[in-house]
Design a protein around this ligand. Structure first.
Ligand code: FES
Length: 202
């Protein structure tokens, strides 16, 4: 069987699953303040709708240990009365949840159409060159991870780079990337705050 008369059927290519299991990780329980935050959120939902807090719970995991592990998924499932498979289904659907260890600063370049047309690939290349890593990799110091992302919803300000799922840099040019990386390196997370205001142009 083939998807197209001119497309050769290649079982190696079409039947290979790229799904990877989450690593087990360290034993996981929420730190008291994060558990309290989750419990507070759960009061907003009916008792039989605890699972509605799943995204918030996964963000709390990520805040605590940087990425999701199988142990954390089981812990969240126990609290929200979901099976680990149900939690993992959600976790693996959303790209903002990291499934493996990432650097202190996760630099994500949007690669969807508007950003692609505005030169996102050149921005990724420049970041890759500056950081010395390919997209998907973390530098040896554990400071930076470079990722390509899908539409961040700021298509009119393409290309967009997001740092740590929080701070946005808009209309980024390849020549801005060295300065952006050095700024984050020198000033840490504070450099992310409002960076887009410096990089954004009329
Ligand atoms: S295409 Fe990049 S933000 Fe929408």
């Amino acid at each position: 069987m083939s998807f197209h008369p001119l497309m050769l059927y290649d079982p190696e290519r079409f039947q290979r699953s790229e799904r990877r299991l989450l690593e087990e990780g360290e034993p996981f329980t929420f730190a008291p303040e994060r558990r309290a935050a989750l419990d507070e959120l759960l009061t907003k939902y009916p008792p039989d709708r605890k699972r509605s807090a799943i995204l918030a719970a996964l963000y709390l995991v990520q805040e605590q240990q940087g990425y999701l592990t199988a142990n954390a998924v089981r812990h969240v499932g126990g609290i929200l009365e979901m099976t680990p498979a149900e939690v993992e289904d959600v976790a693996t659907y959303y790209v903002m949840f990291f499934k493996e260890k990432v650097g202190k600063h996760v630099v994500q370049v949007c690669r969807t159409l508007s950003c692609a047309l505005a030169g996102a690939e050149r921005v990724t290349e420049a970041l890759s060159h500056t950081l010395g890593i390919a997209p998907g990799e973390t530098d040896p110091s554990g400071m930076f991870t470079l990722l390509e992302f899908e539409c961040l919803g700021a298509c009119d300000r393409a290309p967009v780079v997001m740092v740590n799922n929080e701070d946005w840099h808009e209309r980024v040019r390849p020549e801005d990337c060295g300065r952006l990386v050095e700024d984050i390196r020198a000033r840490g997370p504070a450099a992310s705050s409002g960076c887009h205001l410096r990089i954004e142009r009329p």
